[in-house]
Design a protein around this ligand. Structure first.
Ligand code: PLP
Length: 360
């Protein structure tokens, strides 16, 4: 049987080796006699799984000592609220950078809790070019600056880190975390839903500088308080144990495969060849400015949208799954996170060339 490649934007494919290990350990984790799913989160086996996962993530991302790493539920969407709840700290407002549909959602949720200043926007370019830092109208009294380093739906990515001086920088890294090395010390908060580049849905990773927590907006639920979560090692209540375990397997897999430096190299290569296949054809197109193209999520259209259905069904027959673009964008989208092998991208490119030959 030829391999199946799943280009889903999220929940996305996981490394084969990770799924196989999880399968082997499914009913009896390393001789414990039970599944990780059935373990108490307070028992020594799960505590060791949790601690190892955190240690490996810290090593992979070189997370400084003065940052907490939280393993939470609620998705990135819950952090859209938890960020203002924890970071306002007496201030009235925050700056947001509007670059697409995920930052739009973050802005909408931010507005429920504070004065949102949209300091820069990509709307004028129909979200094809990121606003340069020189065009940002940052407010020096903002509690934080929020941005979305990779817009998963639009396929727009920052290849630079904004400068915000003393104002903490907050990043929704759901679809770019672990794709390459970043300097964590430049950020106040990094958060990510796991289902793109970390593990299964249901787990959310939050990395936060420890001086930023401890002063939530009053009257908020305990579950929203990063300090309570940090003080309890993310076990104030039952954490998403199985997702945490699987994330740990992914972190170990990343370490074994050369860490983020190796991922960065492979990811750059995968994206480069897929964009080249799009740009070199007269049949496929990607609308994003060359300097702002996402390495993880690559939307593209066919010369004739009438051919979309035939493209998708042919691709599926060739083992290339979930290429349909987001319902708001149309066309196709190939998500090529860490777990997508280079061979999967090669298979897609060769299918695209063949489809163009037959239909172009
Ligand atoms: C997927 C995604 C989200 C939403 O994540 P949930 O975990 O479903 O809340 C938010 N931001 C970005 C950038 C995403 O890619």
């Amino acid at each position: 049987m030829s391999p199946i490649y799943n280009f889903s934007a999220g929940p996305a494919c996981l490394p084969d080796a990770v799924l196989k290990q999880a399968q082997e350990e499914m009913t009896d984790w390393q001789g414990a006699g039970i599944s990780v799913m059935e373990m108490s989160h307070r028992g020594k086996d799960f505590i060791s799984i949790a601690a190892q996962a955190e240690a490996d993530l810290r090593e992979l991302m070189a997370i400084p000592e003065n940052y907490k790493v939280l393993f939470l539920q609620g998705g990135a969407s819950a952090q859209f609220a938890n960020v203002p709840i924890n970071l306002l700290r007496g201030k009235k407002g925050a700056d947001y950078i509007y670059t697409g549909q995920w930052s739009k959602k973050a802005i909408a949720e931010g507005k429920r809790l504070c004065d949102v200043n949209v300091a820069a926007s990509a709307e004028a370019s129909n979200f094809s070019v990121l606003p340069a830092q020189s065009e940002w109208n940052l407010n020096s009294d903002a509690a934080y600056v929020h941005y979305t380093p990779n817009e998963t739906i639009g396929g727009l990515e920052f290849h630079w880190t904004p400068e915000t001086g003393d104002v903490p920088l907050v990043a929704d890294m759901s679809s770019t975390i672990l794709s390459r090395q970043i300097d964590v010390s430049k950020f106040g908060v990094i958060y990510a839903g796991a289902q793109k580049n970390i593990g299964p849905a249901g787990l959310t990773v939050v990395i936060i500088r420890d001086d930023l927590i401890g002063e939530t907006v009053s009257g908020m639920p305990a579950m929203c308080d990063y300090k309570i979560m940090a003080d309890n090692d993310s076990m104030y209540n039952t954490p998403p144990t199985y997702g945490w375990y699987l994330a740990g397997l992914v972190f170990a897999w990343l370490k074994k495969n050369g860490g983020l430096a190796a991922m960065a190299e492979i990811n750059a290569r995968k994206a480069k060849k897929l964009y080249a296949a799009i740009d070199d054809s007269g049949f496929y197109a990607n609308p994003i400015d060359l300097n702002c193209r996402s390495l993880m999520n690559i939307p593209f259209t066919l010369a004739d949208a009438e051919l979309d259905a035939a493209f998708l069904s042919g691709a599926k027959e060739a083992g290339l799954m979930t290429l349909k673009g987001h319902r708001s964008v149309g066309g196709m989208r190939a998500s090529i996170y860490n777990a997508m092998p280079e061979a999967g991208v090669d298979a897609l490119i060769s299918f695209m060339a063949d489809f163009e030959k037959r239909n172009g």
